[in-house]
Each structure stands twice: as C-alpha cells, then as structure tokens.
Design a protein around this ligand. Structure first.
Ligand code: 1CP
Length: 321
C-alpha cells in the first residue's frame, strides 16, 4: 500500500521543489522516501518508492502527475496500441533497479524485507484508455464492450511488460512483489474472468521467481475473491470492504492473506484502532498466513498519530488484550 506520501510532513519536505516523476527518478530522494515510514513509524516492511506509471514512461507514453496520472494522448485505437513498445526495463527505467539495490544494502542490517510492485495490466490499461483517473472509467468500459479485442491486445502488451518489470525487480533485490489492480473491481465476474484473471494467471506463472512471493491486491474485489484465489498468487491483499474471515475460508491453504483495515479508520481513537486490529487478526487466524496491513493506501489527510497507533497495536498482537 502507499505508506510513504503526502500525509507525512517529512515526505512533503523531501518532495518540495521537484515534480513527482523527478522524485521517482532521483535515487537519493526515492531511497529516503522509502525509509521514512520505517524510521518515523516503525512499520516492519519497506515498499519501493515509485509509482505504477513509472515503467509505462518507457513504453513511449507521455504522462504527467496532477497529482494522479494524466496521459497526454489516450490509447484508444489499434494504431495507438501498436505504437507502444515493450522495452527492456533495465534500459528504460534503470533508476528503479538502482533504488532497489541501494535499499537492500540499507535494509539488510535492519532485517526489514523489501517489496517491489507493479500496476496490474487492467489498471494500467484503464488509465491509458481513459487518459486519467475516473469514477466509473466509462471510456475504458465502452472499449471493453464495443471493441473487446482491442482491449485484449492492450492487456497482452501490458502483461508482457509487467512480467519483465517484476522479474527485473526481483533480480535487483525485491524479496516479494505486489501487483496492484485498483480498478479491476469495477467489472462483473464475467468480464473479470475474461479480461483480468488471465493477466494475473499469466504473471503468476511466468514470473518464475519462487524465492519472491507474488502478492495480489484487487481494490473493491469482494465479489471476485474466489477468482483472486484462482490466479495462483501466493498472497492476497484484501481490500478493506472484504470480510477477512470469508477471505480466509475462500483462500484455504492456497494463498496467505494481507490486510485489511480501512485507511480512514486511522482517524479513530487509538483504542478503537486497537480493537479493529485485533478483530482483523482474529478473523485471519484460520488463514495459511497473515500480514497485517491497511486495506488500501494512506490518503493525504491520514493522521500520522493514527498510523502510529496502528503500528503499536500490530506489535502488541502477541500480548493478551
Ligand atoms: O504528489 C505526490 O507526492 C504524489 C503522491 C503519490 C505517491 C506518494 C502518487 C501519485 N504515487 C505515490 C507512490 C505510490 N503509488 C507507491 C509507492 C509506495 C509508497 O510510497 O508507499 C505505490 C505502491 C503506488 C501505487 C499506485 N499509484 C496505485 C495502486 C495502488 C492504489 O493506491 O490503489 C495507483 C492506482 C496509483 C496511481 C496514482 N499515483 C499517484 C496518485 C495520486 C494516484 C491515484 C489517483 C488517481 O487515480 O488519480
């Protein structure tokens, strides 16, 4: 989840005077931003500071952040899709792998695991077709229903790119990788089965790095939890709307779970945060494994005190209540 970011005054200071993409390319600043939540909040894993759109810049797409991604020329035709390249990630975005190598050096002595990540093909396609974030992504959904083959071609290309990008992250030191499918939950089960599941299955199969587990997050995905299990991902990151007990029942021995406190619940008093953390952990007990986390990323107005209370409650989980 986005654990660095604008809710932290120290992040806003580090980010001042540069654009977001410049920050992602600046190895020193990106390493510092990754480490901030470890040092300031005591979280027990580090996630690479970058964005799901960084590798897309290497495909020949012109984009900017205002503050979310905005694509200069939305991709809506066969010609536009065929003009996209699947680059060698190490050549097109070398700084990502430099940041990972530097982080592994910094984190080794602290015994903090390092996560890499990528946007899932469907979510990247949604922004590329729509041109920016949207509530309903109706332009992308129009393509899905009126020109399904066009969308499939774009998804295949993005799947190819994502496999290479995640492999290169593991080779550079990522110890687990998380795939973020923020917008796949907009689809019904039939469309999800046709357009989303094959991309997850293909990535899980082709990543072929058994030493680095694949974590799959689908936002607003309560209606597709069983299809997330089908993907072959090692761990499912559960959206905050899902019932953890139900997820544990569906995943069985096939996948571990991560999640899933509502990030807005970080505004609650510390004892209420603790109560919720304990309820999530108890519901996850039957699961093959469980990593306590939020059920989506921190929002810019997240109270830092709430994040601290969450981390403290997590660390007290072994103790009696
Ligand atoms: O102005 C700023 O400083 C930029 C804010 C910001 C940050 C801190 C953006 C713009 N991206 C990020 C970092 C980021 N994004 C990480 C790094 C890990 C970390 O710092 O903890 C990760 C994993 C992401 C993932 C991401 N970006 C997703 C998938 C997960 C999710 O949150 O659903 C998505 C959809 C994006 C797109 C994006 N990038 C930034 C924003 C504001 C958005 C979403 C808004 C939109 O759709 O318009």
């Amino acid at each position: 989840m986005r654990q660095a970011g604008r809710y932290l005054p120290e992040y806003r200071k580090l980010r001042s005077g540069v654009s977001f993409l410049e920050m992602c390319r600046d190895v020193e600043r990106a390493v510092a931003a990754t480490l901030q939540p470890i040092d300031l909040l005591g979280v027990e894993a580090a996630i690479l500071f970058s964005d799901i759109f960084v590798p897309v810049t290497g495909m020949g797409v012109e984009l900017d952040f205002r503050p979310g991604p905005v694509v200069a020329h939305p991709v809506r035709s066969l010609d536009a899709i065929r003009a996209l390249r699947v680059p060698d990630p190490v050549e097109s975005v070398p700084y990502v792998f430099e940041i990972l190598r530097r982080l592994r050096e910094e984190l080794a002595s602290r015994e903090i695991p390092l996560l890499g990540f990528a946007g899932a093909p469907f979510t990247l396609a949604a922004y590329l077709v729509e041109g920016s974030g949207s509530k309903s992504f109706s332009v992308m959904k129009r393509m899905l229903y009126s020109e399904p083959r066009l969308l499939s071609e774009l998804l295949e290309l993005l799947t190819e790119m994502t496999v290479g990008y995640l492999r290169a992250q593991v080779d550079a030191g990522a110890e687990a990788v998380q795939l973020f499918d923020t917008w796949a939950g907009l689809l019904d089960r039939e469309a999800y089965r046709r357009f989303v599941l094959p991309t997850h299955e293909s990535i899980a199969k082709r990543l072929d790095r058994p030493e680095a587990p694949l974590v799959l997050y689908v936002n607003d995905g309560a209606h597709v939890l069983d299809l997330m299990v089908e993907s072959g991902a090692d761990m499912l990151s559960i959206d905050w709307r899902c019932e953890m007990g139900e997820a544990a029942r569906l995943a069985g021995r096939r996948a571990s779970l991560q999640g899933n406190l509502d990030p807005c619940a970080l505004a609650a008093p510390p004892d209420e945060i603790e109560r919720r953390v304990r309820a999530i952990a108890a519901a996850a007990r039957p699961a093959r494994g469980h990593v306590l986390n939020l059920g989506h990323g921190c929002l810019p107005d997240t109270p830092v005190e709430g994040v601290r209370a969450f981390v403290a409650a997590a660390k007290r989980l072994g103790e009696p209540s």
